[in-house]
Design a protein around this ligand. Structure first.
Ligand code: NAP
Length: 296
């Protein structure tokens, strides 16, 4: 059984690491803020003093940190994974980062005989806790097959989508689909309400037809309850939309709907709503319609 290294024990990483331990893997873990390691060491993980040390003790090193520069730092930095990784080992980056940065990191690792998979996830903290994450994987197929049992300890729908960077590209597609659909739900809810139709009833009437979606059923329900607590925070969504916009621009692919949602979220952020859930996009649509913060 491969020895696993785990780097980044945040909202997502901690439960994912616990699920690997539950599945019987030996895990060596590291987190920048040392206090966050206690829960996984209590569950049987060994603590390391740096990403380099994690790599030196592991066959497969999983990374779950925030953004592209953070992944670059933990892999290529002074005490990074690349300094300790043995030839033949594999790095699996499960963070959501830039596809172009992913390809650069994969090349740098390959020069040291280390394989890489980009394997970003969808499903939120509940998916991480319940080991039901959707995982989109880019990289060599043989490496994917080798790592599949490890990914299966953390997720359910696991799809090999292509070469390095393509896992991240598919995750950005996921974010385009999710955020543009969210905008449509906000508009339908505001339009229903302005027309005198109870938005709750509008959702009930449409959610099982052709217009049905996870966003309508889940975020729509939160909107009508004016529950803006974060499942997925606007500030984090903006990180992903920025990555998608940059990648699309580099490819000369115009993404007008995506640009619009991004701008509306900027307005949310300007109103101090960046830490609210993405369903608070409703507030931006309501402000445009001059119909703010009423209950139904
Ligand atoms: P989080 O709770 O903020 O955790 C981020 C983790 O990354 C922490 O362990 C943090 O260490 C570490 N980190 C950040 N920058 C670092 C650096 N420069 N060097 C070393 N460690 C660093 O975030 P999260 O929600 O777990 O998200 C992690 C990734 O999953 C992100 O890419 C996010 O977009 C993606 N994702 C999140 C969700 C979700 O619902 N939350 C869903 C799908 C995908 P410290 O403890 O020291 O801060």
């Amino acid at each position: 059984m491969d020895r696993i290294g785990f780097i980044g024990l945040g909202i997502m990483g901690r439960p994912m690491c616990l699920n690997l331990l539950k599945a019987g893997f030996a895990v060596t873990a590291w987190n920048r803020t040392a206090a966050k390691i206690a829960e996984v060491t209590a569950a049987g993980a060994d603590a390391a003093s740096s990403p380099e040390q994690v790599a030196s003790r592991s066959d497969v090193i999983i990374i779950m940190v925030s953004d592209s520069p953070d992944v670059q730092e933990v892999i290529l930095g002074e005490r990074g994974v690349i300094r300790g990784a043995q030839s033949g080992s594999v790095v699996i980056d499960m963070s959501t980062i830039s596809p172009a940065v992913t390809r650069d990191i994969a090349l740098a690792l390959a020069e040291n005989g280390v394989d890489m998979l980009d394997a970003p996830v969808s499903g939120g903290d509940t998916g991480a806790i319940n080991a039901t994450l959707a995982i989109m994987v880019g990289g060599d197929n043989t490496v994917f097959e080798r790592c599949l049992p490890i990914l299966q300890a953390m997720g359910k729908a696991i799809t090999h989508v292509g070469t390095n960077g393509m896992g991240q590209t598919v995750k950005l597609c996921n974010q385009i689909l999710v955020s543009v659909t969210n905008m449509a739900v906000c508009e339908a809810v505001t339009f229903a309400r302005a027309s005198g139709v109870n938005p709750r009833i509008m959702i009930e009437a449409t959610k099982d037809g052709a217009a049905g979606s996870w966003q309508l059923a889940n975020l729509g329900a939160k909107m009508v309850n004016r529950d803006f607590a974060p499942g997925f925070m606007i500030d984090l969504q903006q990180k992903d939309l920025k990555l998608a916009l940059e990648a699309a621009r580099d490819l000369l692919v115009a993404t007008p709907a995506l640009s619009l949602v991004h701008q509306l979220f900027v307005s949310n952020q300007a109103h101090g709503e960046g830490k609210e859930g993405t369903q608070a996009l409703l507030k931006s649509i309501e402000r445009l319609a001059g119909k703010q913060s009423q209950r139904w």
